[in-house]
Structures are given as structure tokens and as C-alpha cells.
Design a protein around this ligand. Structure first.
Ligand code: PHE
Length: 357
């Protein structure tokens, strides 16, 4: 084909095909069939080589024009089709964000009551200005006992039913911490007063029956300042219990007791009235003013600083608040139990929104 009329016909056919291409794939097929290596326009270009010079000049210009117009037409059709494809995708992917969360796999999972109670307590104490501190489950004998004013051979060591590791070469022993109180030591060693922390976590004692498991949970609190006293301790505990049990009034009882790391020391009982059983007392933990020896062991001057500490059983608090009868079931990993007593992943406890949903 060396005729410019034929060329016009070719161009017209191509432009028609471009217009008719319904999607990007069809358009690409037209492009390959025209401007591709063996395409119809490319073949015309190739034919130029065999022509006489004058003929070549005229026909060459004509072919070049066709090529340019075909390219332009391909480009604009492509832009149009891409725009339409995007439009269609956007339409098909619209999301109505006002719809409620769809119950998917997330709703299957459950928050364990212990985690729930920890989150609730952290929320309550955060509101009172306490920070969360942590320590390891595997603790040194020194932090778990000695620095807490429980020297070697002290009877309190036996009372704790400790899990000991084998002694190291230097004779020092690691233990599974028997309480969260070593976090007091860790905090005071690295932070100067004023101190206001809580430390929730696992603790271990070699003890197992209906009301004891070898691993359980405690929450420790420590406040050290220059003028902190027992009145503050009582107030904090009362506020905590009211917020935790979501009641306006709680009756508490402080029974004189003994812990080597506090002086004076008390055991904390609460009246189960809040739970519909007035007159029945439940022991929830121990407390007291931090012993001067403990302050000294952490490099704090007991003539300048004083403060209080308490430790409570989290599992017990969970049983009490949520009416869970058997402690051992907490750690049975029974999915039916977890489904029954567990909490929704999507409900975060907050003081403003309600702790327990
Ligand atoms: N650590 C004590 C226990 O486990 C509780 C406690 C903590 C008592 C802090 C007084 C002060 O029994």
C-alpha cells in the first residue's frame, strides 16, 4: 500500500477501533496491532525503505502524521478508560463507616478476667496519678527478701513457700518472686522521691489447693514522699475499692499485722456489703508504712522520706467482683470457661465509660 487514500482509510479504521475499545486490555490490543513491531502503521513505515526518494518524502510525511494521530488517539482513550476504571473501583469500594463493627473473629476472642481486672486497676490508679512499674518474674534472693528487710534465716522466708533456682557459683540464688514487693526495691533504687507507682504481675508460691495456685497475681503500690502517712494509705485504698467495685460506699477494716518490710503493718479487709453480703469480711491484701530499713537499703534517708506500700491479690479481686467461684479454673485454659467469664476485646475499661461495661 503506497496510496495515501488507502492510508486515510487505514487511519479511519484504526480510530474507529480505538473508539470502540471498551477497556484497557482491548485498547492495548489495538495499540499492538497498529504501532507494535508488526502493527499495521509500523508496516507502512517499514515500506518506506523500498520507495523512490520523492515518493518516500511525500508518503513518509503522511505516514508520520497518521502515526502521530493514532498515538494521540490511543493516549486520550487510555486516559479516559483509566479514569472510568478508577471511578468504578471507588464506587465498588465505598465503606459506610457509620455502620456498627461487624462481628468477626475479633468477637470470638476473650479478655481473661485477670487481665480485665489488671486493666481496671491500672485505669483507677492512673486517675490517682500512679505510674505502672514492672519487674521480672525471676528475681534475685536479695530483692525478693534481703533488701525488703527479710534477712537469711528469717522465718518469713519459710512462710513464702519459695521456688528456688539452683545457687550460682558465687552462692547467690535466684527465685521465682513470691510477691510483687521487689518492684518497690527496683523502683526506689533507680528513682528519687516523690514516688507513686503500682506494679501488677505474676507471683509464685509452692502451694496448691482449692484456694491456692502455685502462680497467682498481685498488684503492689508504693508511695514515697516527705509527708505521706497512713491516712493517705487508707484514703487511696478506699477510693480504689469504691471505683473498682463501682459502689458509692465501702466499709474497710485494717487489722494489725506484721510484714518485715512495713511498720506499722496491717491486713486489709473489706465488708462484702458492696456485694450483697453485709457483715462478711474478705481479706484482700497487706499494707503498711515502708520500714526505715527498706528505705535505707535503697539509699533513701528515712529521716527525710517516708511512705506507704500495699499488695493485693488480683485473682481474689476478680473472683469477688465477677462472682467466679473456683480459683483453679482461672488457669485451666478451658475455652468454655473463658467464653463465659471473659470480656470482649472491644470493651476497654475506662472510668468515664464504665469499668466493666
Ligand atoms: N508482699 C506482701 C504479701 O505478699 C503484701 C504487702 C505488700 C504487705 C506491701 C505490705 C506492703 O503478702
Amino acid at each position: 500500500m503506497t496510496d495515501t487514500n488507502d492510508l486515510s482509510q487505514l487511519e479511519a479504521d484504526i480510530l474507529k477501533a480505538i473508539d470502540a475499545a471498551a477497556d484497557l486490555a482491548a485498547l492495548e490490543a489495538v495499540r499492538i496491532g497498529t504501532l507494535g513491531k508488526k502493527g499495521s502503521v509500523s508496516q507502512q513505515m517499514a515500506a518506506l525503505g523500498k520507495m523512490a526518494p520523492e515518493e518516500r518524502k511525500e508518503f513518509g510525511q503522511a505516514v508520520n502524521l497518521v502515526k502521530t494521530r493514532v498515538s494521540d488517539a490511543l493516549e486520550s482513550r487510555k486516559a479516559l478508560l483509566e479514569g472510568a476504571a478508577l471511578e468504578a473501583r471507588l464506587r465498588s469500594e465505598t465503606a459506610d463507616i457509620t455502620l456498627p463493627v461487624r462481628l468477626g473473629p475479633l468477637s470470638e476472642g476473650r479478655i481473661h478476667p485477670v487481665s480485665q481486672v489488671m486493666d481496671e486497676l491500672i485505669e483507677i490508679f492512673a486517675d490517682l496519678g500512679f505510674a505502672v512499674a514492672e519487674g521480672p518474674d525471676i528475681e534475685t534472693d536479695d530483692y525478693n527478701f534481703t533488701k525488703l528487710n527479710i534477712p537469711e534465716e528469717h522465718p518469713a522466708r519459710q512462710e513464702h513457700d519459695t521456688f528456688y533456682f539452683n545457687p550460682g557459683e558465687d552462692g547467690s540464688r535466684l527465685v521465682l518472686r513470691t510477691h510483687t514487693s521487689p518492684v518497690q526495691i527496683r523502683t526506689m533504687l533507680k528513682q528519687k522521691p516523690p514516688i507513686r507507682i503500682i506494679a501488677p504481675g505474676r507471683v509464685y508460691r509452692c502451694d496448691s489447693d482449692q484456694t491456692h495456685t502455685p502462680m497467682f497475681h498481685q498488684i503492689e503500690a508504693l508511695v514515697i514522699d516527705e509527708e505521706t502517712h497512713m491516712g493517705h494509705l487508707k484514703w487511696v485504698l478506699e477510693e480504689m475499692c469504691k471505683a473498682f467495685f463501682e459502689v458509692d460506699q465501702v466499709t474497710m477494716r485494717f487489722r494489725a499485722s506484721h510484714f518485715p518490710f512495713t511498720e506499722p503493718s496491717a491486713e486489709i479487709d473489706i465488708d462484702k456489703a458492696a456485694l450483697g453480703k453485709p457483715g462478711e469480711w474478705l481479706e484482700i491484701g497487706g499494707c503498711g508504712m515502708v520500714h526505715p530499713n527498706v528505705l535505707r537499703n535503697c539509699g533513701l534517708d528515712p529521716d527525710k522520706y517516708q511512705g506507704f506500700a500495699f499488695g493485693m491479690g488480683i485473682d481474689r479481686m476478680a473472683m469477688l467482683k465477677y462472682g467466679i467461684p473456683d480459683l483453679r479454673a482461672f488457669f485451666g485454659a478451658d475455652l468454655r470457661w473463658l467464653k463465659h467469664y471473659g470480656f470482649s476485646v472491644l470493651d476497654q475499661p475506662t472510668l468515664s465509660g464504665g469499668l466493666s461495661g
